[in-house]
Ligand binder design. Structure first.
Ligand code: AMP
Length: 384
C-alpha cells in the first residue's frame, strides 16, 4: 500500500523487535512526535522500556501481528531474523519497511551471496554447502576458509575457521549438517561498513564510510571517517547505493565490506536495519540512522547524512561488569567527566559476557582526538 503523504506526527509507528536498535529507534521517532508500539516477547526489553506501548508476543504469533497492524500506521523491524511471513502479513495491511523479500535475502547467507553475484556486486569466493558431497566438490582455493551457517548466525556465532577440507567436514558435522556457506578467508587490510537509506520513491542517501575493528567476532570499535582514500570511500558508497536499488529496499540498511590488501572491495554481508557500526551517527551526523529510519517509515524527506565531526564508538559488553577491579559497576563518572564523550546504556538488567550492554561515542574536532578519547574510555572501562 503506497504512502499518501507524510504520516502526521502523533501517529503510531510499529517496531517488530525490542532490542537496543529498537530502543534507539523509539527515542528518535518520539523526538519527532510519533508514538511507538513495540512487539516483543520481552515486556521489559530495551525498546519496550522506552515505547509508548508494547504487545508482548512471539514474532510468529499471527494474532499479535494482526493486533499490531490494527494499531499502527506503518511498521519497521530492528533485527533480521523476524519471520518473513510476519512481515508479509503486515505488508498486506500497512506500509512495512523493509519488506519481507529484502529481509529474506539478508536472513540467508546463500541468498545473500547469490544476490551479490547476480547483481554484479563484488564478493569473495564462496560455495554453498548443503551436504558432505558439496564439501568434497568445493574448490581447493576455498581453503583456508570460514564455514558459516546459512541462517541465524550473528556476532561470529555459527561460524568456524577451517584450514582444510577435513576441518570443514568436522565443522559441518558440528553444525548438524545445517545448510552453510563456505567462504575463502579474505586477507583484508580493513573492515568497513556503509549505512545507506532508500525511501519509497527510490531516493537514496549514504553516510560516511565507517572503519570497524572486531574482537572475537564482535564489533569493538567504529572509527569515522574510515582511514581510506577518498576514491575508495566513494566506491564503497556507490556499491551500497547500487545494492539497495537492486534489492528495491525501503529503509535503512548497512553493508559490511572487506578492503583487501590489494585495494579491492568485497561485500561481506548486509543488515536490513540500522547497525551497531552506525550508532555514532546519533552525535556525529546531521541525521542519525534511527531518525532516518523514522523518516522513511513516516514518508518524510530523507535527512542530511553529513558528518558534523569525527567520531569513534566503543562498544560496551557485559564483560566490563565482571572485572573485579570495577567492583561490579564500571566507572561511568570518569568517562562522563571527559569532553565529547556520550554514554548510551540499553537498560538491560543482567550483564552477561559478550552481551551488548551499551556503547560510548567520542566526538572531537579531529579524528586523532576522538581516537585518544576512545583509548581513554577503554582504559577506564578496562576493555582490552
Ligand atoms: P560475519 O558474521 O560474517 O560478519 O563475520 C564476523 C567477522 O568474522 C567479520 O567481521 C570478519 O572479521 C570475520 N570474517 C568473516 N568472514 C570472513 C572472511 N571470509 N574472511 C576473513 N574474515 C572473515
Amino acid at each position: 500500500m503506497p504512502h499518501s503523504g507524510m504520516l502526521p506526527p502523533g501517529s503510531w509507528l510499529g517496531c517488530l523487535g525490542g532490542g537496543q536498535l529498537g530502543r534507539m529507534f523509539v527515542h528518535a521517532a518520539q523526538a519527532m512526535g510519533y508514538q511507538v508500539l513495540v512487539l516483543d516477547p520481552d515486556a521489559n526489553g530495551p525498546a519496550a522500556q522506552a515505547a509508548n506501548d508494547v504487545i508482548v508476543a512471539q514474532y510468529d504469533d499471527m494474532n499479535a501481528i494482526d493486533a499490531l497492524a490494527a494499531r499502527v500506521a506503518a511498521v519497521t523491524t530492528e533485527f533480521e531474523n523476524v519471520p518473513a511471513a510476519s512481515l508479509e502479513r503486515l505488508a498486506a495491511k500497512i506500509p512495512t519497511r523493509p519488506g519481507a523479500s529484502a529481509v529474506r535475502v539478508a536472513q540467508d547467507r546463500r541468498k545473500e551471496k547469490r544476490f551479490f553475484s547476480a547483481n554484479g556486486l563484488p564478493v569473495g569466493e564462496f560455495a554453498v554447502i548443503e551436504s558432505a558431497n558439496d564439501l568434497d566438490a568445493a574448490a581447493d582455493s576455498l581453503f583456508p576458509g570460514i564455514l558459516k551457517t546459512a541462517t541465524l548466525g550473528y556476532d561470529g556465532k555459527g561460524q568456524k575457521r577451517v584450514a582444510s577440507r577435513a576441518e570443514a567436514l568436522s565443522a559441518f558435522n558440528s553444525f548438524s549438517h545445517t545448510p552453510c556457506v563456505l567462504e575463502a578467508l579474505v586477507p583484508f587490510a580493513m573492515e568497513v561498513s556503509v549505512l545507506v537509506a532508500r525511501d519509497a520513491t527510490g531516493e537514496t542517501c549514504v553516510w560516511p564510510v565507517q572503519e570497524n575493528e572486531h574482537v572475537n567476532g564482535i564489533l569493538d570499535l567504529t572509527i569515522v571517517p574510515a582511514r581510506i582514500a577518498t576514491d575508495m570511500s566513494a566506491r564503497a558508497q556507490t556499491l551500497a547505493k547500487q545494492l539497495v536499488t537492486a534489492l528495491d529496499y525501503v529503509g535503512v540498511l548497512c553493508v559490511e565490506i572487506f578492503v583487501t590488501k590489494s585495494g579491492a572491495l568485497l561485500l561481506n554481508e548486509i543488515a536490513p536495519r540500522p547497525h551497531n557500526s552506525g550508532h555514532y551517527t546519533i552525535e556525529a551526523c546531521v541525521t542519525s540512522q534511527f531518525e532516518q529510519q523514522a523518516r522513511v517509515l513516516a514518508g518524510a524527506p530523507l535527512g542530511d547524512t553529513s558528518l558534523v565531526q569525527p567520531a569513534v564508538m566503543v562498544n560496551v559488553l557485559g564483560d566490563v561488569w565482571f572485572d573485579p577491579a570495577t567492583s561490579m559497576q564500571p566507572a561511568w563518572n570518569e568517562i562522563l567527566a571527559m569532553s565529547g564523550v556520550h554514554l548510551h546504556l540499553y537498560g538491560k538488567a543482567e550483564p552477561r559476557r559478550a552481551r551488548k550492554m551499551g556503547h560510548v561515542t567520542c566526538v572531537a574536532a579531529t579524528l586523532d582526538d576522538a581516537l585518544g578519547s576512545a583509548r581513554e574510555v577503554k582504559r577506564v572501562l578496562r576493555i582490552t
